[in-house]
Each structure stands twice: as C-alpha cells, then as structure tokens.
Design a protein around this ligand. Sequence first.
Ligand code: CAA
Ligand code: NAP
Length: 248
Amino acid sequence: MSGRVALVTGGAGGIGTEISRKLAQEGYRVVVTCAPVFECPNLEEWKRLRKEEGMDIPVYEADVADFESCKAAVEQIEREVGPVEILVNCAGITRDSTLKRMTPQQWNEVIDTNLNSVFNMTKQVFTGMTDRGYGRIVNISSINGRKGQFGQANYSAAKAGMHGFTMAIAQEGVSKGVTVNTISPGYIGTEMVKKIPEEVLKKIVAQIPVGRLGKPEEIARVVAFLVHEESAFITGANIDINGGQFIH
Ligand code: CAA
Ligand code: NAP
C-alpha cells in the first residue's frame, strides 16, 4: 500500500503484533512503539520473529501515558522513517477492581494509559496529516467501553472516552482527508485476558454466542480495512467485533 508509514502503539502486544504483521504484509512501512524497554523483556525475540517472517519493523520506546515521551518518539520516527500517515492507538492496560476497592492509582494509571494516551499520540501526528491532506487513525477501544463491565469502572470510562475523542476528531479531519474510527473488540485471547481469574473467564466465555474468545487476527483485518485508501468515506464510526456478546 504505497509504503505509507503506519505507527502502531502497543504494537508488540497480543493484538498489536497481529495489526503490525497484517499492515506490513499489506505493504505499509510499519513502526511499532512499546513502553520503555525495561517493560519489554521479549522485544529482541519479537524483532527476530518478525525478521524471520521477512518483516523489518523498527521499534521505538514511547510511554503513551506521557505526552513528552510521545512527542520525542514521533519526532524521531518522522526523522528516521518518514511522516506518519496511519496511527493505530492500541496500547492499553487493565487494573481491574470493584469501585469499593479501586485506588486512585488504579484509576489514574488506566485513564493515563488508555485515554490520555490517545490525545498524547494523536496530537503529535494530526496536524501533519491534515496539512498533507491524508491520514488514517484507528483507536482500539473495547466492548467494555460500550456496555460497562463489573470491576472495570476505570477501563470502561477510558474506553468509552476513546470513542468520544474519535467522533470529535473525525469532524476536525473530515475535510482534510483524515479519517478517524474506533474498533471495539470483545474478549480476545491475549495476555490481557489471561490475567482474568479462570472461573471468572469461564463465565464470560459462556456469554459469547460464537462460543470462544476472539483472535487478534480478527481485529487486525478490520484495522487493515479501515486504514485502506479506499475506506475514505468511513469516519467517526465504531465497529464492534465481539462474537455477538454485545449487539446494539
Ligand atoms: N456481575 C454481578 N456481580 C458480580 C459480577 C458480575 N459480572 N462479577 C462478580 N460479581 C459478584 C460476585 O458474585 C461476588 O458476590 P458475593 O460477594 O455475593 O459472593 C462479588 O461480586 C465479588 O466478586 P469477586 O469475588 O470476583 O470480587 P473480587 O474483588 O475478587 O474481584 C474483579 C473483582 C477483579 C473485578 C473480578 O471479578 C474480575 O476479574 N472480573 C473480570 C473483569 C473483566 O471482565 N475484566 C476484563 C479484563 S480483559 C479486558 O479488559 C479486555 C477487554 O477489553 C475485553
Ligand atoms: P497486551 O498484549 O497486554 O498488549 C498491550 C500493549 O500495550 C503492550 O504492547 C504494552 O507494551 C502496551 N502498553 C501498555 N502500557 C503502555 C505504556 N504506558 N506505553 C506504551 N505502551 C504500553 O494486550 P492486548 O490484548 O493486545 O490489548 C491491546 C489493546 O486492545 C488494548 O488497548 C486493550 O485495551 C484493547 N482490547 C483488548 C481486548 C482483549 O480482550 N484482549 C479487548 C478489547 C480491547 P509493553 O509490552 O511494552 O508493556
């Protein structure tokens, strides 16, 4: 796809890896950011696996919760690789707890990493996109931002906020060739979901009509669809991918 630069935050995580692989396979120049290296112990292994698959994907450090860190990373990426034309905001965390037990730290970490991150990253690339007249932004939200989830007041608030951001920025980009969309995955089989206690997860899977967890590839293919040049008429939308767990 004409070698456009695609930046995927959290691009070495469970869903991010499949998004990165899919976009690289489709001919984008993919660049991944991950949290500062001490949190990425498997990074060298990740790069080696991509090389084996014929993909040379540079990885830059950026703490998405920190505006200055995002600014420095994007400046470096644009200097070394080129202007970012596609941004996938995929980095995220959970700090699950009932509200009764939730600490301000658990609240703030999730809001900073899952919602403020979207401002921190998009702010670095949006003006360049509108000035050049082309851009694609995809925000990875969640089913739990759509319906709320017991034990996830922080996460549900942040993920719902992401789509508010999408709808606002979509209006600012629409006449300048920049589309902004949200994807709301259901429960996908990654490390994030593996942290849920087994008994609790069993009950959740029983509520998924398709009868299983989703696969990261099932998210990646929709990202590829949305960032395609021919998807220019889709903006401000939310796409649910949840095996029928929440139909609205
Ligand atoms: N609805 C109503 N009541 C519920 C409930 C639910 N969904 N889940 C638990 N309860 C009840 C329990 O039955 C229990 O009741 P009693 O006190 O009467 O026995 C009470 O609430 C406390 O439940 P727990 O024992 O589970 O409480 P806990 O403090 O040990 O754990 C929790 C709370 C951490 C939130 C735990 O329930 C949990 O991990 N839940 C899963 C939350 C979840 O779905 N996280 C998704 C993570 S992955 C992700 O976020 C990706 C994505 O986007 C989909
Ligand atoms: P994951 O494997 O845990 O990946 C999360 C990624 O986010 C990791 O690469 C992690 O980087 C990165 N990250 C976390 N904090 C960061 C920070 N401060 N700065 C930069 N990067 C940071 O989880 P996943 O399932 O692939 O989740 C990816 C996205 O999809 C998240 O936004 C999540 O909320 C969303 N989602 C997931 C599901 C699901 O069921 N799995 C469902 C709906 C939505 P490090 O490895 O360097 O820490």
